[in-house]
Structures are given as C-alpha cells and as structure tokens.
Ligand binder design. Structure first.
Ligand code: RAM
Length: 348
C-alpha cells in the first residue's frame, strides 16, 4: 500500500551477485544534532507500519532501495507504505510525514533532500512515538542513519578514478551533482574537492552544476557545462540521474567521443549500455537493495526497543550483527567499482 502524488508500478528486483559488503556492526543510535529518539521501545511497540520516503519517486535508484525495504518489512510481517512526490525538493516530504503521523506509523525511513528542512515534521513524528531512520542522505533529526559507504570512501573512490585517468597531466573537470541541498551529495562534493586539491592539484575542478535529480535538467546541465568550458576534460557526477544523463548527452554527441571523460555514482541497469559501448568506462555504487533492507531492519529494532540508542547495544539482522555506538550511523560497506567486465552481474 502506498500514498503518493503519483502511483507507480512496483517490481521487485533480484540483485545478481551480491556486491561485496563489509557490513560492520557499528549501528549508532541517538541523534546527530537533532532531537534524540524516545530512547525506549516505541510508544507503538510492535507497530511495524513503516513508511518509506525516498528523496523522490520516479528515480530508479530509490526504486531499488525501496524494493529492498519492502522485502525486509514484509519478511517480518510489517506493512510497507511508500510515500513521496516526484520532486526532490528540501521539504517535499513534509506532507507525507504529517500523513504518517495521522496514520499512526511505527517508523519512517527517509532519504533527505536537505539536512534540516523536514526536521520540524520529523520531531513531531518522534514526539508521537514514531522511530525515524534516515538512509542514503541524512538529516539533523533522526534516531539512526544508514549510510551506503563513508563519505571519505565515496570521494576517494571517485578521485582515484580521476587520478587513474589523468595521472599528473593537467586536466579541467566539472562536478555535476543532483539536488543542491542534498546532505549526501554536498558532503561528497566537498570531500572530492578537498581530496583533489591535495592529492591531484593538476586536476582542476572548474565548475559545479546541478541536475536536480530530474532527467531533463541533468541532461541540460551536462550539455551546459561542456558548452561553457570548451577546454573541459571530464565530468564527475556523484548522482545517479546526473551520471546517466551526462552519459546520455555524450552518447548523443559523437563530436565529443573520447574528448570528455566521465565517472560518477550510478545504477548498473542504467549505465551498463554506455559502459559497454565505450561512452565511459567506470563508475561506483553499492548494493542499493541492501541499503533499503538494512534501514528496515534498523527501524524494527528501534520499534521493538531492542536498541534504545545507547552506545554498545547490539542487534542482529539477516544482513549481519550490528553494534550501537555514538554518532548514529551504520556503514553498509566500501564503494564498489563497476566496469564492462562486471556490470552485467547486477540488475539493480
Ligand atoms: C541519486 C540520489 C541519491 C544518491 C545516488 C547516488 O539517485 O542523489 O541520494 O545516493 O544518486
């Protein structure tokens, strides 16, 4: 069951060979700067009515994460509801959070478009006894955050690909991000810039543009930054919509073949054809379905009161055992690099 501005068919996805996951037990409850959870068992203990709120609907990345969350929620007898709009805007999830409160949800699992914009709503939900788990992109107000990989690991992986391409040769590279307020994207962009400046000062970051997680905007952002910088040598797109549409534009523009290097974070199912046809050669990501599953298992542990957010607590999930520590974050594992040799092993 779901409520949203637009319904969309839900097709479970079977992930092929599992991406190597170093699932380490470092679940940290409590809050990073916002209000803490209620600390104990949810006022609605045993209420596995869990509402999953992606950044936006229509983005296949969240189609994969939400399918994972659905699979996990239904595996423990919960009720899965997906809620959201088609716009990845800072406060687009606010009305759906209010609806989840009215509907007596046990937990909300949310990927944020902004670290603070929906905190008033989420704090109202926490006051109502609803557990808040963020995944993929964090807020300042939640009980736990499921992170796909460390910010440092994501940034280092993409910087390593740039260094592999350009070595010590001078190069001009642009970054094409997604939503301009997105917590995860802005953290990765800042870390990429910092690492590039110290590890590869020959590779200059000459521009930062945004595709807003909208196909047409992302296509035009790639076209625009290439047009604005005739001496551009590459694009790093740490957003699945941006990297897909940058590859789309390069594929549409034969005159650019071999002239603009591209990498980023994207779905094998969306990028495989471009990698195999030589539009670009490598990109990174993680097991997106497992990210959603882990968020769901964490929500259950919070609802059950198995964890209260106290440092040192442990809980077990089908994905592994986790330990609560400080900071409120659990890391799914390292960035995985896809190329034409392995991209067909995955179907998310
Ligand atoms: C887009 C979103 C998401 C990010 C991926 C890589 O789908 O920005 O938050 O994790 O790209």
């Amino acid at each position: 069951m779901r409520f949203s501005e637009s319904m969309r068919g839900r097709k479970g996805r079977v992930v092929g060979a599992a991406v190597a996951l170093a699932v380490t037990g470092v679940l940290l409850a409590g809050c990073a700067g916002g209000t803490g959870g209620t600390g104990g068992a949810s006022a609605a203990a045993g209420n596995y009515n869990i509402v999953v709120m992606p950044k936006s609907l229509g983005n296949k990345y969240f189609g994969a994460s939400d399918a994972g969350a659905k699979k996990a929620i239904e595996s423990f007898g919960g009720k899965y509801t997906e809620a959201g709009s088609n716009e990845a805007a800072p406060n687009s999830q606010s009305p759906f959070i209010q609806t989840a409160i009215q509907n007596g949800a046990g937990a909300i699992i949310l990927a944020a478009n902004d670290p603070q914009a929906v905190c008033a709503d989420l704090k109202s939900a926490q006051t109502a006894g609803i557990k808040i788990v963020t995944f993929d992109s964090d807020t300042n107000c939640r009980d736990a955050f499921i992170n796909q990989a460390t910010v440092d690991g994501v940034a280092q992986g993409l910087v390593d690909l740039a260094i592999k391409k350009f070595g010590k040769n001078p190069a001009n590279v642009a970054i094409e991000s997604g939503g301009p307020n997105a917590t995860n994207l802005n953290a990765w962009v800042a870390a990429i810039k910092s690492k590039m400046a110290t590890q590869a000062p020959n590779i200059k970051i000459v521009d930062l543009v945004y595709g807003n997680d909208v196909d047409a905007d992302a296509y035009n952002a790639a076209k625009g930054v290439i047009t604005a910088h005739p001496d551009l040598d590459g694009i790093i797109a740490p957003d699945s919509v941006s990297v897909k549409e940058a590859a789309h534009y390069l594929s549409d523009t034969p005159s650019l073949k071999g002239k603009i290097w591209l990498t980023g974070l994207g779905l094998p199912s969306e990028l495989g054809a471009y990698v195999k046809s030589g539009v670009f050669d490598q990109f990174g990501l993680w097991d997106v379905g497992a990210l959603g599953q882990l968020a769901a298992y964490t929500a259950k542990a919070l609802i059950d009161g198995t964890i209260k957010g106290v440092k040192g607590e442990k809980f077990t999930t089908p994905l592994g055992d986790f330990t609560v520590a400080d900071k409120g974050e659990i890391v799914l594992g390292p960035l995985f690099v896809f190329d034409k040799s392995n991209v067909d092993n995955f179907n998310f």
